[in-house]
Design a protein around this ligand. Structure first.
Ligand code: ZN
Length: 65
């Protein structure tokens, strides 16, 4: 099951496929606590990449449009 889109993942798919399973490292937002644990969930490679592209990085990038 994909942890991002919630759809089942075909684990038989291999590298060339963008629907293959990949590991998504979910890091919880910093809550000021000392315990920050990252957990790993399965996700489609395409979903994983799309998520990574959408998540803001350290620096603020100006939005155009
Ligand atoms: Zn997915």
């Amino acid at each position: 099951m994909c942890g991002i889109c919630g759809k089942p993942i075909d684990r038989t798919l291999k590298h060339p496929s963008r629907q293959r399973v990949s590991l998504d490292h979910t890091v919880p937002a910093s809550k000021g606590g000392s315990h920050t644990r990252s957990r790993v969930q399965a996700a489609h490679l395409s979903c994983n990449q799309a998520k990574a592209a959408r998540e803001p990085v350290e620096s603020e990038t100006p939005l155009t449009g």
